[in-house]
Design a protein. Structure first.
Length: 69
């Protein structure tokens, strides 16, 4: 699977982390808000011609979602 950017959503103590490549991760209290933000980031990257892979993990760190933009 070819992509330019990797965006991950993972549970952390006290909330959820959204990480884009090697940039400083963003923190959210809600998993739903974290997922929404990850998809928005990916959509913006796609608008400028980059490919982004969004990987979403549940509280057990199991991969539950994978989407390419």
């Amino acid at each position: 699977m070819d992509h330019d950017h990797l965006i991950t959503v993972r549970p952390v103590a006290g909330g959820w982390r959204v990480a884009l490549d090697d940039l400083q991760p963003l923190m959210f209290l809600s998993g739903r808000k974290a997922e929404q933000h990850a998809r928005i980031l990916a959509a913006h990257l796609a608008e400028i011609g980059d490919r982004a892979l969004v990987m979403i993990h549940d509280r057990a760190s199991v991969l539950v979602g994978l989407q390419v933009f």
